[in-house]
Design a protein. Structure first.
Length: 222
């Protein structure tokens, strides 16, 4: 996470906007495009233009449909993102680009004094100390395996390489690889909740290994 983002987020005890979604998990380094049309989230976009640029993207727990317009529960570990692009359309909808910057634990939810929900969070340390050589070796193995699988399914290996080359931080590269390759929202949520970087490498390798030889794997990777 960018240290400036870290310091700014840590200075927000008043709460951060919560954007709950059913089938996504925002990982650090991930750039997520969003199409905003509900009135409560349009207000979030307007507030973001006034300096409230951090959002917590929380994955809704199963069964949320019965209380979707209320405050259905989300998983307690969520992704903290910064809005890096905001565009209001002529009909009032918004196009948003949200960049993942950190993992957070949601500690409490504020009273409903706005159209949208707000939460307090604790920043989680996912850059735990591990042997640098072991991390680099594990990451290199994971990248090669991902490229092999992507080539098997006819994907763009060069695009993946260029994507990872944008950052030299191995911690962030693991998350960027998980965002690109982890099969489905449940596995990405698990990757979000796993703080140890070596364990994240192992989990992603396990997920991808399950897809080898599966004729449906091209439908699961996204």
């Amino acid at each position: 996470m960018n240290r400036k983002d870290h310091e700014e987020a840590a200075r927000r005890p008043e709460g951060i906007a919560l954007f709950p979604l059913p089938s996504v998990a925002l990982l650090p380094g991930q750039l997520m495009p969003l199409h905003i049309f509900e009135p409560r989230y349009r207000q979030m976009c307007k507030d973001s233009l006034e300096g409230k640029s951090f959002w917590v993207l929380g994955r809704l727990r199963p069964g949320y449909e019965a209380d979707y317009q209320g405050r259905p529960p989300v998983y307690p570990i969520a992704g903290l993102g910064r809005t890096v692009g905001l565009k209001e359309l002529d009909d009032g909808r918004w196009l948003v680009a949200l960049r993942g910057v950190a993992r957070v634990a949601i500690t409490s939810e504020l009273p409903p004094d706005k159209l949208y929900r707000q939460v307090r969070v604790d920043l989680l340390n996912s850059e735990q100390e591990v042997p640098a050589s072991e991390l680099q070796d594990r990451l290199a193995e994971l990248v090669l395996f991902s490229e092999h699988l992507l080539a098997q399914m006819g994907g763009d290996v060069t695009k993946l390489r260029n994507h990872l080359a944008q950052c030299k931080d191995p911690f962030l590269q693991i998350d960027m690889l998980a965002a690109a390759m982890a099969p489905g929202p449940a596995s990405r949520q698990t990757m979000l909740e796993t703080l140890n970087p070596l364990e994240r490498c192992d989990k992603l390798h396990e997920y991808l290994s399950r897809l080898v030889g599966d004729p449906e794997h091209d439908k699961q990777l996204n």
